[in-house]
Design a protein around this ligand. Sequence first.
Ligand SMILES: NC(=O)c1ccc[n+]([C@@H]2O[C@H](COP(=O)([O-])OP(=O)(O)OC[C@H]3O[C@@H](n4cnc5c(N)ncnc54)[C@H](OP(=O)(O)O)[C@@H]3O)[C@@H](O)[C@H]2O)c1
Length: 281
Amino acid sequence: MENINSCTTLNNGVKMPWLGFGTYKIEDGSTVTESVKEALRIGYRHIDTASLYNNEEGIGIALKESGIERKEIFLVSKVWNSDQGYEKTLNAFETSLKKLQTDYLDLYLIHWPQLLNKETWRALEKLYKEGRVRAIGVCNFKESHLRDLMEDAEIPPMVNQVEFHPYLIQNDLLDFCKDNNIQLEAWSPLMRGNILKVDLLQELAKKYGKTVSQIVLRWDLQKGIVTIPKSTTPARIKENTDIFDFELSEEDMDKIQQLDQGLRFGKDPDNVYANPDIFNK
Ligand SMILES: NC(=O)c1ccc[n+]([C@@H]2O[C@H](COP(=O)([O-])OP(=O)(O)OC[C@H]3O[C@@H](n4cnc5c(N)ncnc54)[C@H](OP(=O)(O)O)[C@@H]3O)[C@@H](O)[C@H]2O)c1
């Protein structure tokens, strides 16, 4: 892990950059286009979006206007809950591609565990076999959801993107994913900005001459987790990349571990599974 281009190798051999650029809640239009162009200019080559974020069109424009070759960028999108099921997923995939102005995705993910996961997964397997997507995976899957999916899957998931930060350190899930060659990826790695309030992280930032955000993103990398901070602030977009020139000691890694409270800023996947309409309420 030497620089922003450093990659993990997924279980099918595809390379995925350890650091990506998150785009949840970045408004479509010029806001998302300018943010993604800035991220690409700084050197990010991994962009995370979802049909839910409603900003795929602006990202498509950013990719084109950046002038960077499509094959240099690792582009991720997700199938939303209401699009789950075999045919609906295939249609949702085409819509995402059109909006993103591309003819393939590097990674396509199921956004939340749902009853229809197995049919959705069959659609992802078809897209993968046809070469329309270079890797397939899931988000917000607990071990039980992964076990259930893998029971019938022809192709095992390559990635599981879950909420993961110093207040929600899911080490058991991380171990399960490592044992099964599934790359874990952290969403809301900065606790949606709340990491700045954590005293220990402030102390470590001073000790290493880094910022709180850099400490946490570095901690992700050292745990073997892909991380995708979001920012629309150019200085922070850059700040979040300066994490490849220092190393947290084992002792400090252990101290961060003690911050775990099992606290979620997002929804609990089991709740979403049991109440599919939870996002409409
Ligand atoms: N699969 C899923 O279900 C799921 C769910 C949620 C998120 N995600 C993905 O994960 C990405 C990241 O998660 P997130 O957007 O929820 O939260 P996040 O990246 O943890 O935090 C984003 C917040 O932190 C602030 N921030 C960014 N860099 C900072 C820095 N260096 N110092 C201080 N504050 C900083 C941002 O402010 P400014 O923008 O104002 O700079 C923004 O308010 C998303 O964008 C999305 O791509 C996936």
